[in-house]
Design a binder for this molecule. Structure first.
Ligand SMILES: Nc1ncnc2c1ncn2[C@@H]1O[C@H](COP(=O)(O)OP(=O)(O)OP(=O)(O)O)[C@@H](O)[C@H]1O
Length: 588
């Protein structure tokens, strides 16, 4: 269930209720589509008993013609049924897609990051899956209901005493199937998550291939990807094992009735059953009941579970966040168990406090950050340094509320970050990542995006402070249209930095946001932010950034130590090592 109380069942019911006309059309045409289920056994029984068996072939053929007519009606009905199902599921798909895209655009604005197009593509795939699965579920459930009704009525009209031989095993097969559904859903969910886990770790590996080679971390990375692949294989095997239950329920519900009717034939005949009645009953079971049950078991077992899992993922991530691989979304409200008396409301200042923060990407993954305590008072300038891949960006994203910890708390201005709504969060902090986000529009629109309509004096002052006066002139001034693709990465960073400078947020987090600037431009931009009112956290690209900061957080594995330059030179071997390497002359 999502924060607004939306459930998977609720979404499906609403989709059906909104397309009532198509639902009625679907039900009416379903009579035609399932006409052979009503007619087949009766037609075969009468063709045999009243026609071929008593030397009246014309009567026999007459009944077979009725059966043919039922099949023709079914063909016409099938087309109309498909159109009616499309009338229900296509708008359903559009609604889901709107939810996903709206959620993503909102996040791009709130976090200052670009639109997560990969996540949209992933969710789009879930939307397509949900649409197809919903169509399949509607088709099989409806077809099963109509077919079973037709078979029950048909068998009843042939000979009422045969009905238990058909119905009891059917109910037993259905019960078996329904009992296995929860664990099937759980395994399907695990399989989907494992598949995504493999894709994510492969993508991370490919993205960081150069660093992996440079650090000689091939073995570690291969082990991590290997674990994801093993997990996926295990999940797929578990799922495959459970499909045997599906086969068993089909055997009990669909094939056992045939055996029972054949075994009971002598006593049925003694009770007055004709050859036509026995053949008609078998026709009903073999032609209608078994295929309908098979489709139901397959349809619900695969598509029903897929629909539930896909919809759950869309509802919990699509409308909220697609970029939080673990923990909770920024819009998801206070986590369960948030202590009573937790301070809420408007953050006072830009101080950051982290208490016992632990975070891992994905279930069962090693934590990147473990039990981190960090205090950044309002107005302080903190630099975060450490080896590549140690978790600096993760700490910045946690401090900004873009990622949510598995354990521990993050407060900005004394307020838990997970109690802040979207709007409050974007007024409170701004996070500029390495890949700066510039959109199509005028330069002025790009710069003023997070600010409250700044005047040209404010714009000029920010542009001058951050060091993009020349760039603004080169681009043709604030009214000039910007083409993001035509800008260099450094130019995009200058625009994003000035945008952050102009924002009302007291907390600014620069995550290697100056890495494409030359050292002088980087120093100028950082000094501008240091002079700006509020708190500054810089994930340092160059160690000179550390020397400009009031305090430095050195990350070393899942441990972290903070202090001034002098303190760390004294207390942190890693810091000394990093500084030593930076200051040491390059080998000849
Ligand atoms: N979305 C993600 N899914 C899975 N693992 C991730 C994800 N993002 C980062 N990681 C992993 O978490 C670890 C910490 O990454 P992070 O980007 O925080 O490190 P970093 O110190 O900022 O690295 P760098 O200096 O190279 O930017 C790395 O091992 C990285 O591969």
């Amino acid at each position: 269930m999502t924060r607004d109380g939306t459930t998977v069942g609720g979404v499906l019911r609403a989709a059906l209720a909104r397309r009532r006309r198509h639902v009625v059309r679907l039900l009416l045409w379903s009579f035609a589509e399932t006409a052979p289920s009503f007619v087949s056994g009766l037609a075969v029984a009468h063709a045999l008993d009243d026609g071929f068996a008593v030397g009246r072939p014309a009567v026999g053929f007459g009944w077979l013609c009725i059966l043919t007519a039922a099949w023709l009606a079914a063909a016409i009905g099938a087309r109309q049924v498909l159109l009616a199902i499309a009338g229900i599921v296509e708008p359903f798909r559009d609604d889901l897609l709107t939810r996903v895209v709206a959620g993503t655009l909102h996040r791009a604005a709130a976090t200052g990051r670009g639109q997560d197009t990969a996540a949209v593509a992933r969710l789009n795939r879930q939307v397509e899956l949900a649409r197809d699965a919903f169509a399949a579920v509607i088709a099989v459930v409806r077809s099963f209901a109509f077919s079973v009704t037709g078979v029950v009525l048909g068998v009843w009209s042939l000979m009422g005493s045969v009905l238990p031989l058909v119905l009891l095993p059917l109910l037993a097969g259905l019960a078996l199937f329904v009992t296995s559904l929860p664990s099937m859903a759980a395994r399907q969910r695990r399989a989907i998550l494992a598949e995504e886990g493999t894709a994510a770790s492969l993508a991370a590996m490919v993205d960081g291939l150069r660093d992996v080679r440079a650090c000689g971390a091939e073995g570690r990375v291969a082990a991590r990807v290997g674990r994801a692949v093993d997990e996926q294989a295990g999940a797929a095997t578990g799922l495959a094992r459970l499909t045997s239950v599906r086969t068993l329920s089909l055997a009990v519900g669909g094939w056992l009735p045939i055996l029972l009717v054949l075994a009971a034939t002598p006593s049925l005949v003694r009770d007055g059953a004709t050859a036509g009645v026995v053949l008609g009953t078998l026709t009903y079971v073999a032609q209608s009941l078994t295929p309908a049950l098979g489709s139901l078991v397959q349809g619900i077992g695969v598509n029903g579970v897929r629909l539930t899992v896909a919809l759950e993922r869309i509802l919990t991530t699509g409308g909220n966040t697609t970029t939080l691989p673990a923990g909770r979304s920024p819009e998801a409200g206070p986590p369960r168990g948030t202590p009573r008396g937790t301070p809420r409301g408007t953050p006072r200042g830009g101080a950051v406090r982290m208490r016992g923060v632990t975070f891992a990407y994905g279930l069962g993954a090693e934590p990147v950050v473990a039990g981190l305590d960090l205090e950044v008072p309002d107005g302080e300038h903190l630099a975060v340094i450490g080896p590549s891949g140690i978790g600096k960006s993760t700490v910045a994203a946690l401090a900004a509320g873009v990622l949510r910890p598995k354990e521990g708390r993050v407060l900005i201005g004394g307020v838990p970050v997970d109690t802040l709504g979207r709007a409050a969060l974007s007024r409170t902090r701004v996070l500029i990542p390495q890949e700066a986000y510039v959109f199509r529009g005028t330069l002025g629109e790009n710069l003023a995006y997070l600010a409250d309509s700044p005047g040209s004096i404010e714009l000029d002052a920010a542009v001058a402070a951050v060091g993009m006066t020349d760039l603004a002139a080169r681009l043709g001034g604030y009214a000039a249209e910007v083409d993001p693709a035509a800008l260099s990465q450094g130019e995009r960073q200058l625009i994003a930095l000035t945008r952050a400078y102009l924002s009302p947020a007291r907390l600014v987090l620069l995550d290697e946001a100056t890495c494409h600037l030359d050292p002088a431009a980087e120093a100028r931009a950082e000094e501008a932010f240091a002079r700006r009112d509020g708190t500054l956290i810089v994930v340092a690209h160059r160690l000179t950034s550390a020397l400009r900061a009031d305090r430095i957080l050195v990350m070393d594995g899942s441990r972290a130590m903070s202090g001034t330059h002098a303190e760390l030179m004294d207390a942190s071997p890693l810091y000394r090592d990093l500084m030593g390497r930076w200051e040491a002359p390059a080998p000849a």
